[in-house]
Design a protein around this ligand. Structure first.
Ligand SMILES: Cc1cc2nc3c(=O)[nH]c(=O)nc-3n(C[C@H](O)[C@H](O)[C@H](O)COP(=O)(O)O)c2cc1C
Length: 350
């Protein structure tokens, strides 16, 4: 079983991630992981903190001579921006984990909750996801993402998008948006119809809804399907060899499994709750209305979220591949996937 855990705080010494159940024989070097981290860090709309964070990291185990060994992979990512002492104030910021976390854990300093709830943690999820992307890449499975909406704007025109971002940054306001991810060349039959928690969309949704700030998700034509007539909402087969579909309204998933069409999903990202302009809150110690710490904040997380989501999706898809095909080394897995592809091609022809 492929699984991961992360630990660490936004301004602590480091973030730590462990990826367990990853096979041996996947060639991967530091630059590959560094590229993923750089894509996340330098995505449009990020705050100045990103310019300070270098995401320098250390792969402490699970890799020997730039190849995975089958042992757990551990990544440690250093924070440049560190706090020796945390702000003790009890002022929860609306839109964040602060209030619920303070009450739940009986902690009076909002910063204690904020430090772990911060999306800085997604850096280490991205680093672990890079291993999974690499595994999929070796199976010729490709994952792409793009932002399709920034606020109300459709994102066809890059210049308009940049202008909108700059205007929001000047005004100290944040923006939400929608990103789309596509995964191509997935083997047919990842996931299962047989049990709710083995349905691939349920597992992908858990990964994507687990990304800070993601508030909505649709597979294929998602919400649009609900307004269609029954016969319009089907992806009809096209006669021929290999068998194909006329449309991909289902986004590559039917009955909880990949169906051979590209996997397509879209996620809605809220405007980041932190603003440069003051946001009202209550000081829980005095009961007075105050301004919750404004300051450095991303203008939007949608571009970075798209990159992170590629890596989260890669993790879940790699897990589904390992479940279906088994195998402890990449050589074994590759041979089994190839055999399956040949077999399903034949079946689809028949
Ligand atoms: C890459 C990324 C960057 C983010 N940057 C910020 C930020 O600068 N300021 C902020 O208030 N929220 C930011 N967020 C969003 C918050 O982390 C998130 O909305 C908050 O933790 C509340 O969680 P929820 O929206 O999932 O309920 C970011 C999220 C992501 C994924």
């Amino acid at each position: 079983m492929l699984r991961y855990l992360t630990a660490g705080e936004a301004h602590g010494p480091a973030l730590i991630g462990i990826l367990d159940g990853f096979p041996a024989g996947v060639p991967i070097d530091r630059e590959y992981v560094a590229r993923s981290l750089a894509r996340r860090r330098t995505a449009a709309g990020r705050s100045r903190r990103q310019a300070r964070e270098t995401d320098s990291f250390y792969i402490s185990c699970g890799v020997y001579k730039n190849t995975t060994t089958g042992a757990p992979v551990a990544v440690m990512l250093k924070n440049v921006s560190q706090f020796a002492v945390l702000d003790p104030s009890a002022i929860p910021r609306p839109g964040h984990a602060d209030l619920a976390g303070m009450l739940k854990y009986g902690i009076s300093a909002a910063a204690v909750i904020r430090e772990r709830a911060s999306a800085r943690e997604t850096a280490v999820r991205t680093a672990l996801g890079a291993f999974c992307l690499r595994l999929l890449e070796l199976l010729e499975i490709k994952i792409f993402s793009r932002v399709v909406k920034l606020g109300h704007l459709r994102s066809e025109d890059a210049k308009t998008i940049m202008r909108e971002l700059e205007a929001a940054a000047r005004a100290g306001r944040s923006l939400g948006g929608v990103f789309e991810i596509r995964a191509e060349n997935l083997p047919v039959g990842l996931g299962s119809h047989a049990q709710w928690d083995r349905r691939l969309p349920s597992r992908l949704a858990a990964q994507l809804m687990g990304l800070n700030g993601v508030k909505g998700l649709e597979f294929g034509s998602g919400f649009e399907l609900s307004a269609m007539k029954g016969e319009e909402a089907l992806d009809f087969f096209r006669k021929g060899s290999p068998l194909r579909r006329l449309t991909n309204l289902a986004g590559g998933l039917e009955g909880g499994m990949t169906n051979g069409m590209p996997l397509v999903l879209r996620a809605a990202v809220r405007p980041v709750p932190g603003q440069r302009i003051a946001v009202r809150s209550i000081d829980l110690k005095t009961g007075k209305t105050v301004s919750a710490a404004p300051g450095r904040s991303d203008v939007t997380a949608v571009f970075a979220s798209a990159v992170i989501a590629e890596h989260l999706l890669a993790f879940e898809l790699a897990g589904a591949v390992l479940e279906k095909f088994g195998g402890d080394s990449m050589k074994e897995i590759r041979a089994r996937v190839e055999a399956w592809r040949k077999q399903t091609k034949k079946l689809l022809r028949g």
